[in-house]
Design a binder for this molecule. Structure first.
Ligand SMILES: [Zn+2]
Length: 339
């Protein structure tokens, strides 16, 4: 469907391209170094050096696994919103906030006008792309999620805060495009937080992406998607990366009622399950997604970032995903329909 966009960008991908969503597990030595950095025991330079080593490790591993579109693995990030909040002027991190049962994170605060002062992820993207011949997908947290997950002490209005973030994040994605990034994913896990605000998400993503030439993926996960489908199809995205392995949402029923009109990056690996799926489970999940979109528009990925898994488990999950995708790809190539 959007293969024409990919080829215009000079990208030739196989049928059923495989990728990961964005974050990969940090090796134990990098986690330890991050703790030492927080305690003031090592310099930022030392920490960045270790994050670079971990990035190269993951690039080699992703190549060995056989993924088609790689990521930098986000070895330099704290979390999805905290990292950008620390890097954008006007935002800071508050104390610990409880989320998801017993998990805690530091909620950002918008304290003043949000300003993008310099590239945030571009150096890391360039570093990663410089170490592989495969395309590296850039990932940026979206303005709506950054707004929704932050305290706002400055704008006093969700729309104003969201659009201000979109204006500034546009500078980041423009810098990524300028650096050569051709596939850019905007992470919007909060997409369905308030269904009535879907027009705001659309407006904000338009502000962020209008006129910038890239293949845009919008990733979202674990929300009340029945409330935003099919309206979400109006977002400026060539591809939606959705959680399908965790079958909380019956996508088939939704897509039957209103056909999916973008490419689909089907989540076929449950990132929260400790056990590694079998190749056949992955094959079946991809087969389940096949009727949803024309096969040329279908990609395979995990449901979400793999950072909460151990390195070896994440690798095992990616291996079965690639093997399952290869089975389906072979069957499609040979014109088979018995999947
Ligand atoms: Zn996710």
């Amino acid at each position: 469907m959007n293969r024409a966009v990919l080829s215009r960008l000079g990208l030739t991908l196989p049928l059923l391209p495989t990728t990961s969503v964005g974050s990969l597990p940090k090796p134990p030595e990098l986690l330890a170094a991050r703790r030492r950095y927080t305690a003031g025991a090592i310099s930022r330079r030392e920490l960045d050096g270790l994050a670079e080593e971990a990035t190269v490790f993951w690039l080699r591993e992703q190549e060995a696994v056989g993924l088609d579109v790689l990521v930098d693995g986000e070895m330099y990030r704290s979390d999805l919103v905290g990292f950008f909040a620390e890097e954008l002027d006007g935002m800071a991190l508050a104390g610990l906030v409880r989320a998801y049962g017993n998990r805690y994170y530091r909620k950002p605060i918008i304290q003043g006008p949000i300003r993008w002062e310099q590239p945030i992820t571009v150096g890391w993207w360039r570093f990663a792309q410089g170490h592989t011949a495969k395309p590296v997908k850039a990932t940026v947290t979206g303005p709506y999620t950054l707004m929704d997950w932050s305290f706002d002490e400055h704008y006093g209005d969700r729309r104003a805060a969201c659009l201000a973030l979109a204006q500034e994040l546009r500078k980041e994605v423009a810098a990524l495009v300028h650096a050569g990034a051709r596939i850019i994913q905007i992470d919007e896990p909060a997409l369905s937080a308030r269904a009535g605000e879907l027009p705001l998400v659309r407006e904000a993503l338009g502000v962020m992406t209008d006129g910038l030439d890239a293949y845009w993926i919008v990733h979202t996960c674990y929300g009340a998607f029945d409330t935003v489908y099919p309206g979400m199809l109006a977002l400026p995205a060539h591809n939606f990366s959705l959680a399908l392995a965790d079958a909380a949402v019956d996508w088939i029923a939704h897509f039957a009622a209103a056909p999916f009109t973008a490419d689909l990056c089907a989540g076929v690996i449950d990132v929260h399950a400790h056990t590694v799926e079998s190749v056949d489970t992955v094959r079946a999940r991809i087969a389940h997604a096949l009727p949803l979109v024309p096969v040329v528009g279908l990609w395979a990925a995990p449901d979400c970032g793999l950072k909460t898994r151990r390195v070896e488990d994440a690798l095992a999950k990616l291996r079965v995903m690639v093997a399952g995708a290869a089975l389906v790809r072979d069957q499609q190539d040979s014109g088979g329909s018995g999947i």
